[in-house]
Design a protein around this ligand. Structure first.
Ligand code: SAM
Length: 489
């Protein structure tokens, strides 16, 4: 869902650029920082291609996606990922090892170009999800005075054994030293102006200032001839009320430590640069999306409209949470149509399948032909949108079950085999593979998988069922099997 929102907002930005009629701009560069698993990039690229391909030929700029992370091993994993390889071969995707502290040192993996040459003066869209809480300075305002905070870490004796586990973060304690400062503190006058505003507007608070990030955005802005569009999703403090009254460091434990991003500082910086700030009307500190447009004359009408449509009123975090909650809480069962609607309103988010598995199985069983086709298409699209990396809670098995009820045994088999490969030979996976083969009239394979199923751990009742099924399949007449098929789900 978030990737789809980004795609719509970026398309809005492309339209604003096209409306500006700057003939020299025929491409934008989307630069994702701290890409992590790569799943978001994959989904965003697909959504953006869907939204822009061939609709208004030649009028929108094209895009090049530069996916980056500080970790070399992550970038290597991307390079070997078949779905990403296809996008690299199409000339849409480039990969780089990049530290947000020094983007100019980025190492581009495919073209080997320096970042400056790669950007080549084109507008840059910076995508930064859960990555901008690094390299910040911390300050405290109290009694109308500004202090810098020097933060240290107390390490206990027993810590070394815990290194490598999440426990280590629970044991860490911070110490803080508060030193009064006078302005100007930075060499940049805008940064000092923002600190001065905080000194005057805050009563008592500890807050962070994203000094390194803002400096590097200045640098990227130069490489892009002034046109920079920043899209951030994170846990954030986005106005003075969020910042006010904090006594401790603005950090939280999320496995390791992370800090709330001071979005308010990005907004003030953008305002000083005469840019456009897009913040949801009711931003959620827990998670939300924020956008900042620089160097794009005028009001950025298309970008703003897309932002408001996707995330403006309640915020993307709240929207996704409400859809997920709706998938769990309902008094009456969903109709097949309602379920199809729910899946689509999440932009076909695969992670709805598991919480919705009960309703999906019921709906699949009662759906008419049109609804069956629509459910099938929605589920296949969910899977198609998904970029597999690591564990996925065996959603493959759940999809297989729904496809079986939709009377699609051949398609279901694909998912059960996927489950088998990734999650091992669970008796119910083997049993359901057997059932699919039965429906495909392949009794030899059906028997083989039912027998394999029996070798796994079973409840006594399930074991009896499979025993009976095998006996029926072995019965050459087949009559018995047909009767049993109706009784065993
Ligand atoms: C919390 S994950 C977020 C991943 C992804 N953006 C997402 O939202 O799922 C942070 C990512 O940023 C990367 N990272 C951490 N420090 C970084 C830095 N200084 N420069 C670039 N990437 C960094 C990490 O390797 C990790 O992949």
């Amino acid at each position: 869902m978030l990737a789809n929102n980004y795609a719509e907002i970026i398309r809005g930005y492309m339209r604003d650029i096209a409306n500006d009629n700057v003939k020299t701009i025929n491409r934008i560069v989307i630069l994702e920082l701290g890409g992590g698993s790569g799943r978001f990039a994959y989904q965003l690229i697909r959504a953006l291609l869907r939204l822009t391909d061939g609709l208004i030929p030649n009028s929108l700029p094209s895009f090049y996606y530069l996916m980056t992370d500080i970790s070399k091993s992550i970038v290597n994993t991307w390079h070997n990922q078949p779905k990403l390889k296809q996008l690299i071969e199409k000339g849409i995707l480039e990969l780089a090892v990049l530290d947000v502290k020094s983007p100019q040192k980025a190492e581009l993996v495919v073209s080997k170009k320096p970042l400056k040459t790669f950007i080549n003066g084109n507008p840059v869209v910076v995508v930064a999800n859960y990555v901008f809480s690094v390299y910040v300075d911390t300050f405290r305002v109290e009694d109308n005075k500004l202090h810098e905070i020097k933060v240290g870490v107390n390490v206990d004796d027993y810590l070394p054994e815990l290194v490598g586990s999440k426990e280590v973060f629970r044991k860490i304690q911070f110490n803080q030293q508060q030193l009064p400062i006078i302005l100007p503190y930075y060499k940049e006058s805008i940064f000092n102006a923002i600190l001065k505003e905080y000194k005057e507007e805050l009563t008592a608070s500890t807050f962070q200032f994203p000094v390194t990030t803002l400096r590097n955005l200045e640098l990227l802005k130069k490489l892009s001839k002034g046109r920079l569009f920043l899209l951030i999703s994170d846990m954030a403090e986005s106005n003075i009320n969020h910042l006010e009254g904090r006594d401790s460091l603005p950090m939280y434990l999320n496995g390791p430590f992370a800090s709330y991003v001071n979005i308010d500082a990005f907004a003030r910086w953008t305002n000083y640069k005469s840019g456009v700030v897009l913040i949801p009307t009711t931003p959620s500190r827990h998670f939300d999306t924020y956008a900042f447009v620089l160097g794009q004359g005028g009001e950025c009408i298309e970008t703003s409209l897309a932002f408001e449509n996707c995330t403006g009123m309640c915020g993307s975090g709240a929207r996704l949470a409400s859809i997920r909650r709706a998938s769990k809480q309902q008094e009456k069962p969903y109709t097949p149509c309602e379920l199809i609607g729910l899946l689509h309103s999440s932009h076909l988010d695969l992670f709805l399948i598991k919480p919705l598995i009960g309703p999906l199985l019921t709906a699949a069983a009662i759906a008419n032909r049109d609804e069956r086709n629509a459910l099938l298409a929605a589920i296949e699209k969910c899977w198609d949108n998904y970029y597999l990396l690591g564990a996925n809670d065996d959603i493959d098995y759940d999809i297989g079950r729904v496809l079986m009820v939709l009377k699609e045994p051949e398609k279901a088999l694909k998912f059960f085999f996927h489950s088998l490969e990734n999650y091992g030979p669970h008796h119910s996976t083997l049993y359901r593979i057997g059932r699919c083969y039965e429906h495909l009239d392949d009794l030899i394979n059906a028997l083989s998988y039912h027998r394999r199923s029996l070798k796994q751990k079973h409840t006594t009742r399930a074991k009896k069922q499979v025993d009976r099924l095998i006996a029926a399949l072995e019965n050459e007449s087949g009559d018995n099997h047909n009767a049993l098929s109706k009784t065993i789900g």
